[in-house]
Design a protein around this ligand. Sequence first.
Ligand code: BG6
Length: 511
Amino acid sequence: MAQDIHHETTPHGERAPSCTLVIFGAGGDLTKRLLMPALYNLARTGLLPENFALVGVDRLEMTDASFQLHVEKAVREFAADKHYSQTLNEAHLERLISSLTYMSLDFASPASYQQLGQKLQDLQSSHHVSQNVMFYLAVGARFFGGIVDQLGQAGLVTETPDQWRRVVVEKPFGHDLESAQALNTQLRHSLAENQIYRMDHFLGKETVQNIMLMRFANGIFEPLWNRDHIDHVQITVAETVTVESRAAFYESTGALRDMVPNHVFQLLALTAMEPPASLSATDVRNEKTKVLTSVHRVNPVTDSVRAQYAAGQHDGHAQVGYKQEPGVAADSTTETYVAMKLGIDNWRWAGVPFYLRTGKAMAKRHSEIAIQFKRPPISLFRNTATESLTPNTLVLKLQPDEGASLSFGAKIPGPKIEIGQVHMDFHYKDYFQNAPSTGYETLIYDCMIGDATLFQRSDSVMAGWDIVKPLQQHWQQQGATTLPTYAAGSDGPQASDDMLAQSGRAWRTLS
Ligand code: BG6
């Protein structure tokens, strides 16, 4: 097992140290749409290393020149997208392109990794780079273990005090607790824990990073952030996209594995964690893991719902049901929606339900964390019963309308005492200029400077899989069964509303 070697981290905001980035899966979609535009943005903001080289690795045959052309086209298309930069800076683009080389590699052939080692040596003289190397595995999850074994056997991930070697692993990290543990054991044969950067791109989102800031950089929220004042919490990650062309991946993955142990649980951990002793990767990740390991064992029968979208309408367009999508089995039991109720067994949260839901083909693309406070204990107002006072809700809006809002009651002007609900709204765009970003910039940069705060540590990945294990087991026992459905373009299945109604609560509406 590899030993941890400590390397100094570069302070945030300074140019990353010289390194080579090796991308496995360089011909794939992730590289084209997100990684390359992100690297361009890092070049534009002066954070990409001064001496930098990129080796694109894939099974396709390409020359350096054809790879450079492929990337140039991708950056022009995707970095110029309205979500990113409006105009391209040709000098920065040129700089990025000139750092690119390509190597066609058979992922399973030891000889290929010897050649890769030689290439990394050669880049030292041709591109004046150091021997720091970041390997980015932008490939299917089934390749992670094998590639890392080969890197280890070829001696490519051996660190010295002056040379770091890091491996970024995309999600999904396993498909259940056992497979995640097996993958972790396999990676740890060649890598120390601090060399593994387990990616969860939600942690690269500004609004997700803002959750900790909202809570711990303000004096007014934290004193109320507990079981004495909070009735329940709702975490929603709703998407309008359907399975699109991803049936091959999605059919065996489903909404639970695709979104919950990773993205949704990261939101849960950031919402429920205790203040960390410092912002170091260790302190922050310790607190997040503590939340996940304190989650009460879920009863899958009463506290979870899975469903599949049926035909419906979205934005005036007819949408076919999941089973009619290309590549999806006509009798598929893959869930495209999942909701659950969780409890956290600690002093802050005992008795406060956390309701989580995520789904595809829903009414609106909307991700938020809604903190619903308790009602006032009595109503002073004639004709208004305590139960009909609407509770205050603080909503952290993650995407696409980024911001926060607080709702409270106010007097409706007039001689009668009547209470109306009002909202105080904060929109990011009103205060801050939005930097063009794919969300991957921070994560790539953080790996280069050696800051693992925004990456998942193995214990939190395992804790996430452990929480969903009863659901996975229950669904497996149920075998082939007909899933509840929801109309595409709706807020989700009735069964999910029923789950909250049991305790007199209701989901916030999406539409
Ligand atoms: C990915 C999932 O991890 O996250 C996708 O595999 C999902 O199914 C996506 O659509 C959502 O991410 P974002 O950044 O588009 O909200």
